[in-house]
Design a protein around this ligand. Structure first.
Ligand SMILES: [Mg+2]
Length: 227
């Protein structure tokens, strides 16, 4: 059976909660490598891709671009350590059942859509045992917006499965207003979930195609995708 449906998952606030571990790890990276205190705090971040956050921090501290691989390598190690020590991190309700059902169904595939760097995304997912569900995704390694990453991910999936997805068979599940806007911009179906920081009212105000307070009612969520 060909893959017909592509489910794009946001990470933070949608698949899992790990507090501000990304920020903590980034701050520790710049402190350990360059002695810079609170690097993240001095950067303007609102929904930006991780690569742009890194770029902003490095520019403001006159760190050369060629240092980027060193920064990312160190960040991955620190992030894994911060996550390991975080006993509050958790997978959100219904997620393992949903990922498993989509993964098992030969007509559908899970993918990621996140502003996290690829290596940061996989480190977060592996820390809670979800990494194996994802072969592909759109990540924050490139400059741009989340919808640019969405287009890149869809292209990658179409190449991988040698198919062309119809837009209404692509879903974006996310906890933020930005996720809904991204789905609308790409022309795919938005499923908003209230397990992140945005409240129901502000999410509904963006007119998502579907809204769930959380994803614990696995059957209902699957019916939304598969009927
Ligand atoms: Mg999120």
């Amino acid at each position: 059976m060909p893959v017909e449906k592509l489910i794009l998952w946001d990470i933070d606030g949608t698949l899992l909660h790990c507090g501000s571990d990304g920020r903590k790890a980034l701050n520790r990276t710049f402190l350990e490598l360059y002695g810079i205190e609170d690097a993240f705090g001095s950067s303007d971040i609102g929904g930006a891709m991780d690569s742009m956050i890194l770029d902003g921090i490095m520019k403001s501290h006159a760190i050369e671009k060629k240092e980027l691989p060193t920064v990312i390598e160190h960040y991955q190690k620190v992030l894994a350590d911060v996550l390991e020590k975080n006993e509050q991190k958790r997978v959100l309700p219904g997620i393992p059942s949903l990922l498993s059902a989509i993964d098992t169904n030969p007509s559908s595939e899970n993918a990621l859509l996140t502003s996290n760097l690829r290596i940061g995304a996989m480190t977060k997912l592996d820390s809670v045992g979800l990494g194996h569900y994802f072969k592909l995704g759109g990540f924050g390694d490139e400059a741009g917006e989340k919808w640019d990453a969405a287009h890149a991910c869809i292209r990658e999936a179409e190449e991988l499965y040698n198919t062309s997805f119809s837009k209404n068979h692509i879903y974006l599940i996310g906890d933020s207003i930005y996720d809904i806007l991204c789905a609308q911009k790409v022309g795919i179906t938005s499923i908003a979930v209230g397990t992140g920081w945005a409240d129901e009212e502000s999410l509904r105000a963006c007119n998502p195609d579907h809204y769930f307070a959380d994803l614990s009612d696995t059957d209902r969520v699957l019916r939304t995708i598969f009927t």
